[in-house]
Design a protein around this ligand. Structure first.
Ligand code: ATP
Ligand code: MG
Length: 261
């Protein structure tokens, strides 16, 4: 049965999508069966996996509205297949913005994704869900079906602000909707060790959150930022780059961890 992880942080631009697609590609590279779900109407994880969001016939929106199953809506990417790190993609585009409003009167609307995942969960080792930068109904759908949350963070002055809201939301979901949900870990991303402030915040994180901070640190690396414009994860775009290597190590760590979850 797949382990399901949300990559979430309601702060924008902190590296959620970069983490999702590179972890997915890294896991695929080490032989794991992966489904990536794009829960963000921006569709960046979809595009960053080499799938044109404008061409998609069915997306996660149709799945949430129960007009399609995941089996019908998931796609693969030629670029990922050619690169030897293929994972399945349940894509998203702007249409998903409407889901929030359309589901407003629906009972158990926060459990829609969970129900849809049930029949396909056994086909994968990992399901990774890229959440939007908000604590909306979409993120809630992700949290309701996940075993754990991975929180990418930049080690900047305001990094800890907002983390309280995320932690409280996760606690509430755990208490009321999904007893399995746990914070798997905080992932330091876009890290530049030459910047003293980043080192200080990193130390603060470790003293506050202890073992909940992943040992692996994702460096700031321009190859990771360039990759999306080629429609591939950095892990495939430049496998020897420092950023790609860090994500491969992270994928290995996750494989080891699921044995211990
Ligand atoms: P949003 O909240 O809008 O969904 P996000 O949290 O998903 O954003 P990303 O889109 O992954 O964040 O990253 C924001 C920007 O930072 C992107 O331009 C991305 O290419 C760049 N970026 C992410 N990680 C790194 C890194 N390790 N090194 C360099 N650039 C990075
Ligand atoms: Mg994103």
């Amino acid at each position: 049965m797949a382990k399901i992880f949300c990559i979430a942080n309601q702060k924008g631009g902190v590296g959620k999508t970069t983490t999702t697609v590179n972890l997915a590609a890294g896991l695929a590279k080490v032989g794991q069966r992966v489904l990536m779900i794009d829960l963000d109407p921006q569709g960046n994880a979809t595009m960053g996996s080499g799938v044109d969001k404008r061409q998609l016939k069915l997306t996660v929106y149709d799945v949430l509205l129960e007009s399609a199953s995941i089996t019908e809506a998931r796609v693969t990417s030629d670029k990922l297949i050619a690169g030897g790190c293929s994972y399945d993609i349940l894509g998203a585009n702007r249409e998903l913005t409407g889901a929030e409003v359309e589901l407003v009167d629906v009972e158990r609307r926060e459990k829609r994704l969970r129900q849809a995942l049930d029949p396909v969960q056994h086909e994968y080792d990992f399901v990774l869900i890229d959440c939007p930068p908000s604590l909306s109904m979409l993120t809630l759908n992700g949290l309701c079906c996940a075993h754990g949350v991975i929180v990418p963070m930049q080690c900047e002055y305001f990094a800890l602000e907002g983390l309280t809201d995320l932690v409280n939301t996760i606690r509430q979901v755990h208490a009321n909707l999904n007893r399995e949900l746990a914070i798997i870990g905080l992932l330091r991303v876009m890290f530049d060790p030459r910047i003293t402030l980043q080192q200080e915040v990193s130390e603060q994180l470790k003293s506050h959150f202890g073992s909940k901070v992943f040992n692996i640190v994702i460096p700031r690396n321009v190859r990771l930022a360039e990759a999306p414009s080629y429609g591939v994860p950095g892990v495939l775009f430049d496998p020897s780059s420092k950023g790609a290597q860090a994500f491969i190590d992270f994928a290995r760590e996750m494989v080891e961890r699921i044995g211990t979850l």
